[in-house]
Design a binder for this molecule. Structure first.
Ligand SMILES: Cc1cc2nc3c(=O)[nH]c(=O)nc-3n(C[C@H](O)[C@H](O)[C@H](O)COP(=O)(O)OP(=O)(O)OC[C@H]3O[C@@H](n4cnc5c(N)ncnc54)[C@H](O)[C@@H]3O)c2cc1C
Ligand code: FES
Length: 246
């Protein structure tokens, strides 16, 4: 990781579904731009809000880094106003990503904007994996991911695309050796419970972050082996290690 924030140029910032933006930034660097599951701290504002915001790497193509974000509050609202050639401050890549050295039958399971890190993971694994994506209504990024995976399963809560319901309704853990998941906490909890004694499951956890570099301890979560920093030991953890209710 390059130490400290650097200023980069916005390449594009496009609303691809309601309140969902694809942000591409240009980074000139000889260092790695990051692996699937790693993240960057972003800020396009000065002092208010005080904290930068964490976002997973959604894709890396030559010198262009892609993020996918949902507008939920002040920080993401500021990001949504950015135009090509505007400046953005970025810190990263940060954290420990997914283990790419896996064998057997693999499934990726995303819920909502949790799809962001799974796109880059699907591209990097690119070995006949199955991709399960659950959305509330609008579906996005499926055409891009299609070329990297064997099969795509889609659910929407309103039934407008794919099967009506939640993605956990149609996921069959007994078909898989390894499962990676990112999405709302109740969804990941259910995936972990369903996978018990069937498949190894890895979860990408979320927590509010301040430093993003392991210093402030603000992002710590309770695990079976003690408190762990999502930004440093995570964000990817073994599913059975995490307490989802704390
Ligand atoms: C490692 C990591 C990777 C992430 N990757 C992505 C990504 O690729 N795309 C994306 O859209 N989002 C991602 N997030 C979540 C993203 O960081 C938050 O949505 C963002 O910080 C919200 O900022 P805001 O100022 O717009 O909202 P705020 O005003 O800070 O908050 C708005 C609402 O969202 C809740 N909230 C804020 N941050 C989080 C959080 N981290 N976890 C759970 N709830 C939160 C608040 O409690 C509040 O209810 C990631 C989070 C982490 C920890
Ligand atoms: S955000 Fe400071 S230790 Fe994780």
């Amino acid at each position: 990781m390059k130490v400290g924030y650097r200023e980069v140029d916005i390449f594009s910032n496009t609303e691809i579904a309601k309140d969902i933006f694809e942000l591409k930034v240009q980074i000139e660097s000889n260092d790695s731009m990051g692996d699937p599951g790693q993240f960057y701290m972003l800020r396009s504002w000065d002092l208010d809000p005080l904290l930068s915001r964490p976002f997973s790497i959604c894709n890396v193509e030559e010198s262009v880094l892609t993020f996918l974000y949902k507008v939920v509050g002040r920080g993401t609202n500021y990001l949504s106003k950015l135009k090509p050639k505007d400046k953005l401050k970025v810190l990263g890549p940060l954290g420990n990503g997914f283990n790419l050295n896996v064998s057997g039958k693999v499934a990726l399971i995303s819920g909502g904007i949790g799809i962001a890190p799974m796109i880059y993971l699907a591209k990097k694994l690119n070995t006949g994996i199955d991709f399960y994506a659950g959305f509330t209504n609008e579906v996005y990024y499926m055409d891009y991911v299609r070329k990297y995976v064997a099969k795509i399963y889609i659910t929407t809560e309103d039934g407008s695309t794919g099967q009506k319901g939640f993605i956990t309704d149609i996921f069959r853990p007994e078909k898989y050796d390894v499962v990676f998941t990112c999405g709302p906490s109740p969804m990941m909890k259910k995936v972990v419970e369903n996978c018990e004694n069937k498949s190894s499951v890895f979860v990408s956890m979320e927590s509010v972050m301040a430093c993003g570099m392991g210093v402030c301890l603000g992002c710590s979560i309770k695990t079976k082996s003690g408190m762990k920093r999502v930004c440093k030991e995570g964000p990817v953890f073994k599913g059975e290690e995490v307490f989802f209710d704390d």
